[in-house]
Write a protein that binds this ligand. Structure first.
Ligand SMILES: [Zn+2]
Length: 543
């Protein structure tokens, strides 16, 4: 069996692992990664499907472990390449992906499974195991082939008192361990965190306190998929005589799905329409919206900017009931400060116990290794430091060091005769979705955008005399975002004249080459003289 992670190794997001056996492929998860500040204008980042492109017909199925964006967000883009790949997942996961695919006008071929079920997908014998996570209905998957037994945890933790009483099925983990797990792929996100992840139930007092003590409106921001946390908010609102409205398309859609399928228990009359709640007294109002990661277009950011129907004011309470994904810190702190300036009281995991992670800490991972006793381990889901911390835990429980493979995206690992070894590499670059384009924006595009953002742009329009190859009229400098005065470009014009004198006959005949000479002369003049690096463009016109 060959195992290739096309995402999720060396980053938190775009999780995707490809399993290949006897010429057939099984994909586990296909998620997106969210862009950071140094990736301006990018909507989401996908795994690189290059290595799958001429093998689409070999794919037997996509297994989705749970409904988080970083595990399902890439599916619409993969299905654009082949629409009838069967998607296997639990009830809630399939409901979330089906709703998402509807926005892409794709009707998927789905196969619903439940924890404890066993079924085949082409050449793969699959068994699904309940795992507990920050979204309901998560599954680990055991994959049996003639090459051996592989167990992939997906995202998981071992909350012993979860809100839905559905704990990670360690008895199944133990049974699979007895059978002999040849390769164990485990969630590394919290491998650096010592001890055990706190129970979701332990948040109840802190959330209750917010509801009991807030004088005016309470605005809760969370992930649109965080059904458990939203249940806690609903319960607290109900207990304190408040009404609730969901705000924002993804929040309304997902909570509707969760309620219809019975994953969210909403007392009668508690949830009202957003328009209706606005006429109620402030101390009766709870609003639940997205934007807890500082996403600029989400409701919370727009409220902070005064750009939303909901005007945050003195005495309102904003509860950030979710994690802070690395890379989003600046954006979210900016929003917190703006909300405080508007007079709101902010409750977040930094000043109250209103969030626990959805991932297993080191203590839970070590338990798993001791229960499963895998022959080989491949840490997944995390930045390098998380993968290496997880690998160390595996080794400490006695997995031989040479059987713990820490690899990055695209590196192929072969499981042969019970041993996992690195065997090669396939393309696994970042694929940027930018508006309607997929993979068209490149690292160069982003470098240009950063340059524009930092230094602005200078366009030089040059009317050249073909005989002398010198400007027939003074050069024209057009700028955007580049601060200058009447004389800033005087020296630049001299530099351009000088550079044009040195042009070779070949260059004189080639407008592109002349433009390049001008760009270089102006760029280097501005850099030398003002220590400024705008993006420079040149347009040459024959006089
Ligand atoms: Zn997850």
């Amino acid at each position: 069996m060959r195992i290739t992670a096309l995402g999720g190794l060396g980053e938190v997001g775009r999780n995707m692992t490809v399993f290949e056996h006897a010429g057939r492929l099984l994909i586990v998860d296909c998620g997106v990664l969210f862009p950071e500040e140094h990736q301006p204008g990018i909507d989401v980042i996908l795994p690189d499907f290059t290595s799958l492109r001429d093998r689409l017909d070999d794919i037997d199925a996509i297994v989705l472990t749970h409904g988080h964006e970083d595990h399902i967000g890439g599916v619409p883009y993969l299905l654009k390449e082949r629409a009838d790949i069967p998607i296997i997942g639990s009830e809630l996961t399939l409901a979330f992906i089906t709703a998402k695919l509807k926005e892409f006008r794709i009707t998927p071929k789905t196969i619903q499974v439940a924890a404890g079920e066993r079924r085949t997908a082409g050449g793969f014998d699959l068994e699904f195991v309940a795992v507990n996570h920050s979204i309901p209905d998560g599954l680990a998957v055991a994959i049996r082939t003639r090459a051996g037994l592989v167990l992939h945890t997906g995202d998981f933790k071992m909350d012993q008192f979860p809100l839905d009483d559905r704990i990670t099925d360690l008895r199944a983990f133990a049974r699979l361990g007895e059978e002999g797990v040849d390769l164990f792929l485990t969630d590394s996100t919290n491998a650096e965190v010592p001890g055990f992840t706190m129970s979701e139930r332990d948040l109840t007092p802190a959330i209750d306190k917010v509801f009991a003590s807030s004088p005016r409106r309470i605005i809760v921001s969370s992930f649109a998929s965080h059904v458990h946390r939203i249940q806690q908010v609903l319960d607290a609102a109900h207990a304190n005589g408040r009404k609730v409205a969901f705000v924002g398309r993804s929040m309304v859609r997902n909570m509707g799905i969760a309620r219809d399928l019975g994953y969210l228990n909403i007392p009668k009359g508690l949830v009202v329409d957003f328009r209706k709640i606005q006429s109620m007294p402030d101390h009766k109002i709870t609003l639940i919206c997205t934007g807890s990661q500082g996403e600029p277009m989400a409701a919370l950011a727009r409220m902070a900017n005064g750009d939303h129907q909901i005007q945050v004011g003195e005495g309102d309470t904003v509860l950030l009931a979710s994690s802070l994904i690395p890379g989003n810190e600046n954006a979210i702190y900016g929003i917190i400060n703006k909300l405080i300036d508007l007079g709101a009281n902010i409750v977040h995991k930094g000043n109250a116990k209103v969030h626990v992670s959805g991932h297993a800490s080191a203590g839970e991972l070590v338990y798993c290794y001791n229960i499963v006793r895998p022959k080989n381990v491949m840490p997944v889901h995390g930045e390098s430091k998380h993968l290496h911390a997880n690998a160390e835990l595996a080794r400490r429980t006695g997995v031989p060091a040479e059987n713990v493979v820490v690899v990055s995206d695209g590196v192929t690992v072969d499981l042969v005769k019970g041993r996992a070894r690195v065997s090669g590499k396939v393309p696994a670059g970042l694929v940027y979705v930018d508006g309607q384009t997929i993979g068209t924006a490149t690292e160069d595009t982003l470098a240009e955008r950063r340059l524009l953002g930092d230094g602005g742009v200078v366009t030089v329009v040059a009317l050249l005399d073909p005989k002398t190859n010198q400007p027939a009229e003074p050069l024209e400098f057009l700028t955007k975002g580049f601060v200058h005065d009447d004389h800033t470009f005087d020296g630049a014009s001299v530099a351009v004249s000088k550079a044009l004198k040195h042009a070779t006959p070949d260059q004189v005949d080639d407008i592109g080459a002349l433009e390049k000479i001008i760009v270089e002369a102006v760029s280097s003049y501005l850099r030398r003289t003002y220590r400024r690096e705008p993006a420079v463009m040149a347009v040459v016109v024959d006089a």
